[in-house]
Ligand binder design. Sequence first.
Ligand code: PPS
Length: 585
Amino acid sequence: MTDHLNPPYGRELVNLLASSERKAELQAASREWPTWDLSPRQLCDLELLLSGAFSPLRGYMSRGDYESVCCKMRLRSGLLWPIPINLDVTEEFALSLAPGSKVALRDPEGVMLAVLSVEEIWNPDRMAEAEMVYGTTNLHHPGVAHILEQTNPWYVAGRLQGIQPPIHYDFRSLRLTPAELRGEFTRLGWRRIVAFQTRNPMHRAHQELTLRAAKKVEADLLIHPSVGMTKPGDVEYYVRVRCYQALLAKFPRDTVKLALLPLAMRMGGPREALWHAIIRKNHGCTHFIVGRDHAGPGSDENGKPFYAPYAAQELLRKHQDEIGITMVPFNMMVYLADQDTYVPDSEVPEGAKTSNISGTELRRRLAEGREIPTWFTFPEVARELQRNYPPRHHQGLTVFFTGLSGSGKSTIANVLRVKFLEMGGRPVTLLDGDIVRKHLSSELGFSREHRDINIRRIGFVASEITKNGGIAICAPIAPYDAIRKEVRELIQPQGGFILVHLSTPLEVCESRDRKGLYAKARAGLIKQFTGISDPYECPTDAEVVIDTTDLSPEEAAQEIFLHLEKEGFIGVNGDGMSSFEPVSD
Ligand code: PPS
């Protein structure tokens, strides 16, 4: 019995999972139906539809509901609902459907998760949707960018029958559906529950804020982080969850619970705050904390915030009674150094000195291996972040050479390899042009298409090495700018990426002609030879440019080393380990 808990939104907790007999029928019939492979965002939405976190929705919105939600924030029934929930598909797929069609919705492995009974198919005005839901069509808004750049152009409406929820192997004991969480609250004897939504690691300010909020309304606390898709660039949820787990010990016993919400956030500010509140009501919560700039997407290209800092609180204040959840509003918490305490910024005594560390500053400190003060975050949380965001000289790194044949790539790359080995600390792999062509790309020739495939393969291997903390030294000709940029995009998020352009002029390379290839190319014996009968696009984005005409390989390698040192990729003691040592467990 969970009757004493806050009732679901629309009074009934939706559960779209079909009975076992029905599932068997659906599975047998599904052979005839078209299949739609769900995107990561669609998987999140489906999971919350199936579990009833989006109660009272029973599927993807009809066109009427969608338009009403966009313009009036209400379903056609009049019920408040701020965010459209649709299945977006390609035009080709949409045109293969008709009302009455059934679609098998599958995960990336092909497992059928649900059956959609198609009711409507239409081509929405996504620009108008962005304007109405987010109040802007500016692509710097991640919600807008998603609608306009990643959402498919056709929407399909219809009811869902669930076969099984999306499969997760991580943090299973923390993944609780609304029904499971309600059951847990009942077991614990919790009635008044205040939920805290977050997409960031929690520091001392958040711990103070949530504790104060719980005390203020005499409620137990649910820490309910979004672990679906959040804002691009956020700390990945595996790390965050370990930070939250470390933080649990900082709360009074038996008054706090952690559960994960597979929500794909839209960064929709005020409207999203209403949505978050509805979802928490469905999980049985009575109260919901809304701080400064809730679900805020940040600022536009001119530094102007998309939403006013307390716009989300204003909107929820207006609608909280109608939703049936009480907002616990909070100002930003700041640290009063003199009193070693946190207070809301509205309660700072006049003239008092306050401190704060922004997300950007925190990332900078981590990248530089600097200390993170205990007034800002608990040491257990700091340790978790340091472990996962090591300073640059502990991160993986790719040094990517580009230049003509004979420009010195292989020789300098080899000097660099030996120097890194001498330094120790990170494993080193040399992906030299010739070696790669022997082992990884032996079937490829020198057409643009084949060269691009070759560079893409090198980039993939280097990105894996970089991700796993090693050093990849790549030394192909890589004559085309677009593919070099693609490789940079692939590797940069995994660690460091340094493009080194060996700009040694063609005449010098040709006069060296160590392999006799230029002579053959001039004689027409080798076709499509870079610099002679094939193009070389000089990079304009290289971090280091070296002309080796009058430089020894050691001197050239030293230039690269100096750059790596300046950028923090080599520790100050030059040993790759430097002054920073991760705090041992
Ligand atoms: S690419 O364009 O990046 O895929 O080229 P890469 O894999 O680095 O291979 C270049 C080496 O292959 C030899 N070789 C040629 N180079 C350029 N053009 C043509 N047509 C060609 N045919 C063979 C040459 O030895 C290159 O090695 P390096 O070390 O650059 O001299």
